[in-house]
Write a protein that binds this ligand. Structure first.
Ligand code: GLN
Length: 333
């Protein structure tokens, strides 16, 4: 036992020396002192094992690691992952710099920082992303919900809010379920069908529906676009389909390329899925039904033309806060 303990301490010392050497190269003496003086051992309630590094030192180490590989917002990312490991709020983290980090937490954190440095998105590491005020579970089987997609949701809610009858709505290509489940949560009359070609994505959406307590008003349907809902009609079809041109692939970050291919790309020009949606949507909408599509910047005119050919003569374009074309809203003629 004594031997084990001393081997354990030797390991810690070696690690601290290694870190000290690494920090020497790029950090201030002050930071290094903080790191090396963090040798106090205290039992921890969180992970049960004791260690010798404190929060401030570990956080600084992580910021340096992330900076070295050029990760965006290194301090914030390091903070988010540290909060996740410790299960702490921002305020707790900021006021507990001297807290000794339990070994298990430190190991887990180092694993997180390693994966983030290799280009894994923070959301896949922590397993969730907030969307429209709710937490959604995400795995690499689904696209990470984007804040700009809230515009699609907002426009759908404002169009349907005052309807009193039961409303069948389709979220085509639901991924994590963020769009359709938000609609189900915000519109009590909505009965939302979540469809996706990927069963793995639908499994994530189902888990999100369960967590949000929405199982009684959602349906899941696997299939390629409208193949998932043959013969059915909806008052609204909402979709954030894949729309990145294949030719843009080389300009995408490692983080984006870690998302499902089928959720991102839509042929050479990015319009392949819109062509299919525009041609078929009218057959799946009730009279006066609404079609709302997220689009990429610069796709507004082309997709509006496709919609006009598909029986949607009146199409409105909405931009996001950055002034980029973001959503098309079309009313069935
Ligand atoms: N509907 C999901 C979202 O908006 C998934 C979209 C997709 O996979 N293209 O995040």
């Amino acid at each position: 036992m004594g031997q084990k303990h001393s081997a354990h301490s030797t390991q810690h010392l070696a690690r601290i020396q290694r870190l000290g050497a690494a920090l020497d190269k790029q950090t201030t003496g002050d930071k290094r002192r903080r790191l090396l003086s963090a040798k106090r051992k205290t039992p921890s309630a969180d992970c049960g094992v004791t260690t010798t590094m404190n929060i401030a030192a570990l956080w600084d180490w992580a910021v340096d690691e992330l900076k070295t590989v050029g990760v965006d917002s290194p301090r914030f990312t390091a903070e988010l992952l540290l909060r996740e490991v410790m299960g702490w709020s921002r305020a707790q983290l900021l006021t507990r710099g001297a807290h000794i980090v339990p070994d298990e937490c430190e190991e887990r954190y180092r694993g997180f920082i390693r994966r983030r440095s290799l280009g894994v998105a923070t959301q896949y590491i922590i397993g969730r992303q907030e969307f429209y005020g709710r937490d959604f579970l995400v795995t690499p089987a689904v696209l990470i919900p984007r804040p700009e997609t809230e515009i699609l949701v907002e426009l759908t809610i404002s169009a349907l809010r005052d309807r009193v009858e039961n409303m069948p709505i389709l979220d085509l290509g639901t991924g994590s379920g963020c769009v359709g489940l938000t609609l189900a949560a915000e519109l009590p009359q909505a009965e939302v069908t979540l469809s996706d070609v990927s069963q793995a994505a639908l499994d994530v959406a189902r888990e999100n529906a369960q967590r949000l307590g929405l199982m009684d008003r959602v349906l899941f349907s696997q299939g390629d676009l409208f193949g998932a809902v043959e013969g059915r009609r909806f008052v609204a079809i909402v979709s954030n389909p894949p729309y990145i041109p294949e030719t843009d692939r080389a300009s995408l970050s490692a983080e984006v390329l870690g998302e499902p291919e089928g959720a991102l790309f839509a042929g050479e020009d990015g319009l392949a899925v819109y062509r299919r949606i525009a041609a078929q949507a009218s057959a799946y909408l009730s009279p006066g039904g609404l079609l709302l599509l997220e689009i990429g910047h610069g796709q507004g005119a082309a997709v509006s033309d496709l919609l006009a050919q598909g029986g949607f003569p009146r199409v409105e374009l909405f931009r996001d806060l950055a002034g980029k074309e973001r959503v098309l809203r079309a009313l069935l003629a």
